[in-house]
Write a protein that binds this ligand. Sequence first.
Ligand code: 3H9
Length: 690
Amino acid sequence: MSKVNEVVQRSTQGEIAVVTIDSPPVNALGRAVRDGVHSAVQQAQQDTAVKAIVLICAGKTFIAGADIRELGKPPEGTNLIEVEKVLEAGPKPVVAAIHGTALGGGLEIAMSCHYRVAASSARFGLPEVKLGLLPGATGTQRLPRIVGVAKALDMMLSGEPIGAQEARELGLLDELTKGSSDGDLLQQAVAFAKQLVAAPRPLRKTRDLEDKLTAAKANPELFAKVRKSIAKKTRGFPAPEKIVQCVEAALRMPFDEACQFERRGFQELMASLESKAQRYYFFAEREAAKVPDIAQDTPQRKLEKVGIIGAGTMGGGIAMNFLNTGMSVVIVETKQEALDRGVSVIRKNYERTASKGKLTAADVDKRMGLLTPTLQLEQLHDCDLVIEAVFENMGIKKEVFGKLDRICKPGAILASNTSYLDLNEIASITQRPADVIGLHFFSPANVMKLLEIVRGKATGKDVIATSMALGKRIGKISVLVGVCRGFVGNRILAARGEQARQLVQEGIMPWQVDRVLEDFGMPMGPFAMIDLAGMDIGWDAKSSRGETVLRDKLCELGRRGQKTSAGFYNYDPQTRERSIDADVEALVRQYAKKAGFTAREVSDQEILERCLYPMVNEGAKILEEGIAQRASDIDVVWVNGYGWPVYRGGPMFWADNVGLQKIVDSLVRYQQEPAALLRKLASEGKTFTR
Ligand code: 3H9
């Protein structure tokens, strides 16, 4: 084995040269990898003793793509296209040997090799769209030639990888190994290469494949269909349309010309703020998993059996997360009827998934078999973790924790799903505050990715480490937060809600506010959100102040939101489509007048600034108080919990791009007090996230 450079080695097995990339953690295509592969393959091409080449990676995966940290910086060293050329255009067959994930530039490299052999556990994808990019090193031209236009579009537009079996069926792979260890893979790839040497055949170059393109030319309406099918989901994202255009170019232009077209699209996207935001977000999400004051080797508690208190929407959704990963769950309710209802909702959810073919009937039974419904709190005695999801009321929570303290075994983690309340106060009722933590799931808890993990002042480090690992195990994106009212997400939501309410109080229509925020990219404006959640949350008929408070008045009128087909909007009972109501419009004007506001036109820009800048300001306070560990964590919360458009990075990244001084000036203009941290960063010309 000889070293080509610090990350690439070359060795031989008879007439076969083996080029090995070893660049942890994921063999990304940084400069050293590109330079190393280029010269190793070139050397092998020139070595007369070598008849074929195998390209393989050490470590846990084949190349996982371009090095995202290098993207957007001035290019250095050999570029990826040159590496692909030396692989494809040389006279000797090249076999890619793939394990782990061949993603992005990694798959583009593999598709530039003449043949591909893979471990049966390997996965393949072009996820560039998730970074606001398109596959920019010939991927948009090669994948349709191999798997066909429709499948290639599907893979590139979703960014989702496919498994080895499917890849084999689609023609992306020539051979699959039986075992999945690297040793098997190398042996099999070398054997495959030897066969190519023993029975030479013309080299199969992806660039020359035409069959699947010809088939697509007969189906020109495909592109219109695809555009229509992705329109809603991709609103605001520039990359998907450019990907479609590149595939159209594949049908229209020769390979090299279409690659130039692809290149220009890639560079345009790379320069876009949307892609910068998405690349920032990629690292933000990974950063969120890190807790600086907790060592990586902190011992974790064993978690196999979970108890959940409350079988309502929240408790049931939480339970499903654990059942999905094979953990057993005891779910407790106070009344048989509520328990039965909760269990039947869980079963129905699974059956719905099964009817879509995503689970088998046996899977459903297996998951339901892991669930023990009970009315006895004492049954939680041997659970490793108990999560309470009862009514959001301090008295009730304290009562529950008092009981858990008596019932649960020593070492059990006691968690609250509270979304607002003081976790320290809840913990103080127990004799074991170090075991108490907040696990704030978002509704629907079986679907939403975000998990706010709330660290109380006494929470043990091992409890935090165990909870962070648990989040990963159940497929959540966990963010560690401190104790304050509403934690990170709901506290910032409250700041926005306050401003939105104020705007309506001044006579601005709720639908104008909603439209501005929805045009910005939020899935739903604040008033549509209230209608969805229920106008009457926190409302009480006895203390209703309908005379002066619009929301109370709407409740009094029976306009309780979507569930009554009327709230701020009217809703079609069948389609749930919303429409504007002249009565609500009149009420808004009437209440504004009563409050002393004269009607005026308000620009969309003012609405945007008045709703979003206070969110940034609240984020700054959250950072000042140490409630969030870092600004990017706030962005991860808002992207995953509240649908902040990822192509705008999150509120803190977005604020940096607006300019912090501009935000300070605007807050002052709207009579808001800018947070000290915001003022400081602005005056020093600094930012939150860079
Ligand atoms: C591209 O290829 C463009 C081309 O078409 C054209 C170019 C001209 N670069 O996720 P993990 C780091 S665009 C740099 O926790 P897992 C990651 O930050 C690229 N770093 O592990 C983390 O670092 P740290 C297309 C990367 O096992 C560590 O590796 N490719 C890259 O859960 C472990 O990551 C993609 O978009 C990278 N490409 O998942 C693939 N990838 O420990 C992106 C990872 O310091 N990557 N890191 O926090 C992934 O999807 C997942 O990381 C992967 C592993 C599935 C590979």
